[in-house]
Write a protein that binds this ligand. Sequence first.
Ligand code: GRF
Length: 215
Amino acid sequence: MIDIAVLISGGGTNLQALIDACARDDFPARIALVISNNPGVKGLERAEKAGIATTVINHRDFETREAFDDQLHEALNDCGAKLICLAGFMRILDARFVNRWRNRMINIHPSLLPSFKGLHTQERALEAGVCFSGCTVHFVNPELDDGPIITQAALAINPSETADELAARVLELEHIIYPQALRLVAEGRVRVVGNKVTISGAEYSDQKIINPVPE
Ligand code: GRF
């Protein structure tokens, strides 16, 4: 059993997926602390409802990014977390912090990385006319939305759907792959080799999808 901390900034639907997974008897991780950089967000309510300790570390209270990151680091050490899950955490962490937690911090991003790093991923996917979207769980590197990929999920885009509709469908997949990736990491099955991971005992899909569907 590994103790984790989840960092959020908002609604926390991915946090909820992790809370639900950790509630299962056979799940190898436990949430020791939820940290939000924004007070009053729904994600904090979700954690409190589940009886999980929470704390707010408001970045607006700090003069520098380093001072904010130091406070985060202290809270994480104090709660005994061995792994950080970023779940909609909307602050960029400085390289020093990221290096302290290298290979011990994972993130979920709503695109098929390395495509569409940053914000507004589904709008940009629709604008680019790509036929697939999806989401990625990866270890965090100092560069934004970068780092060894653990799991991905893909779906076919219908060009007439809106970015919000697409985002909602991707979010459903996020709620599946984030607990899956956390389980793999917590079980010690994920090894980082250079820029890639190897996962012991993983089964890989041979599914092929063509979009639009051939007539
Ligand atoms: C998700 O789309 C996640 O991929 C991104 O921020 C969003 C957070 O949603 N990093 P929620 O707070 O988990 O509902």
